[in-house]
Design a binder for this molecule. Structure first.
Ligand code: AMP
Length: 420
């Protein structure tokens, strides 16, 4: 047994899960590209202040979940806990507002949060996200929500619900804060977290799991929205309605990051247990400016790949992950190893139209030959690998310019002409 184990909250990805992640990545990329989002890859670690400034000092992520370390020169760095801050940093650093005709970007990669691990919650996890920078209009919010739900729908995840809310602008939010502080101050037995957050970040009390039962008739953000924010929120809904996208207004949805303005949303699944948010996002009209750029109203989302796959596992997404045909090349005589080796390489590049001669797909997997195994054990291995066809190089057949093609499901064998 290995002395070392993967650190708590992390996991090795292999087998079916690795194939499923690859498929999710491919499907998402097709959808991002169709909507004209361009990929940006940012570093896995950044200056810690980037996250403190953007996500907010009094959020869970900054207060207790970041992996912070010093490098050898004493620079204070953090493993990225999310993707938006890094993308905005890159946007400013490379003047994307001048060089990119539309500010549509996507990213995918590992994020790190020191959270209490449980099913669907890890310390290292993968996100895929899209950010639409520079479009202040409600159609950007609607497109972001539609891209996210298109990805989930294309994985046939059926039991999803879009939760939608507006947090307004700083003007409406300060009125809402005042109302909330007044409301929550009238409740005597708030939990410790809520008491601590009441002054700094009263919105976060809205999603407290401990105190939820004590809150009745809470003031809603909608009551405080200014005419512009209200109009924006209504237009987002009109656009979603116009394409038949179903959603639910959730007054308690506030999200755990400080940079959101106006629209916020979460897509939840009822089949994955308590960690039910597959995807979350919203508008962040001030973040680019707060991080040193000009004012660039923006909106984006991130989906959690592990959670999405947990929901996808409940349907047919995990069937046929190994859809490519595997061809196994075997030898009945060690002398023929080099010929078989050359054949395997010809097959990989589909020379002489070998794939169609063998009756397999063009994009195949080729395994073998092995010169240290008996024919029997090679055929056993081919079987275990789920080979569709096995090519057998036999001395008599090869001397007559032929090789054997064995269909692994019917066990039928035939000879075809082949010369090296
Ligand atoms: P957030 O960046 O917090 O808005 O989260 C966006 C999405 O990332 C969530 O809806 C989850 O699907 C996923 N996610 C967030 N935190 C974790 C975690 N610790 N482990 C696994 N997935 C996570």
């Amino acid at each position: 047994m290995s002395v070392y184990k993967a650190p708590r909250g992390t996991h090795d990805i292999f087998g079916e899960l690795a194939l499923a992640l690859e498929k999710l990545d491919l499907i998402s990329r097709i959808i991002f590209k169709k909507h004209n989002f361009k990929e940006v890859k940012t570093p896995i670690f950044e200056d810690v202040n980037l996250f403190t400034r953007s996500i907010g000092e009094s959020t869970d992520i900054v207060e207790k979940e970041m992996y912070v370390f010093e490098d050898r020169k004493g620079r204070k760095l953090a493993l990225r806990p999310e993707g938006t801050a890094s993308l905005v940093r890159a946007y400013i650093e490379h003047n994307f507002n001048q060089t990119e005709p539309v500010g549509k970007f996507f990213y995918s990669g590992e994020m790190f949060r020191y959270e209490r691990p449980q099913a669907g919650r890890y310390r290292q996890f993968s996100q895929m996200g899209a950010e639409y920078l520079g479009n202040p209009n409600p159609n950007a919010d609607a497109e972001i929500i539609l891209v996210a739900s298109e990805i989930l729908e294309s994985l046939s995840i059926k039991d999803i619900k879009i939760h939608l809310n507006s947090l307004g602008c700083s003007g409406c939010r300060s009125e809402f804060r005042k109302k909330l502080v007044k409301y929550f101050s009238s409740i005597s037995d708030l939990c410790q977290d809520c008491q601590r957050r009441l002054d700094k970040n009263p919105l976060r009390l809205l999603d407290c799991k401990i105190d939820a039962g004590k809150f009745q008739n809470i003031p809603t953000m909608q009551e405080c929205l200014c005419p512009d924010c209200n109009n924006h929120f209504e237009q987002v809904q009109t656009l979603l309605n116009s394409v038949g996208c179903e959603y639910e207004i959730n007054h308690k949805l506030v999200r755990g990051l400080d940079y959101y303005t106006r629209t916020v949303f979460e897509i939840r699944s009822s089949s994955v247990g308590s960690q039910d948010a597959l995807c979350a996002g919203g508008r962040y009209d001030n973040l680019v400016e707060e991080l040193g750029g000009v004012q660039v109203p923006s909106v984006g989302f991130a989906l959690g790949c592990e959670r999405v796959l947990m929901a996808a596992e409940k349907n047919s997404f995990f069937d046929n992950l190994n859809a490519d045909d595997l061809v196994f090349v075997a030898i009945a005589d060690e002398e023929l190893f080099n010929h078989a080796f050359t054949f395997a390489n010809k097959l990989l590049s589909n020379k002489d139209n070998l794939c169609s001669v063998l009756g397999v797909k063009d994009n195949i997997i080729v395994e073998g030959p092995f010169n240290n195994k008996s024919l029997k054990s090679q055929l056993k291995l081919a079987d275990r690998l789920g080979a569709k066809k096995t090519i057998i190089f036999g001395k008599n057949e090869f001397d007559n310019g032929k090789i054997i093609v064995k269909d692994m499901s019917t066990q039928e064998q035939k000879e075809i002409s082949y010369r090296s």
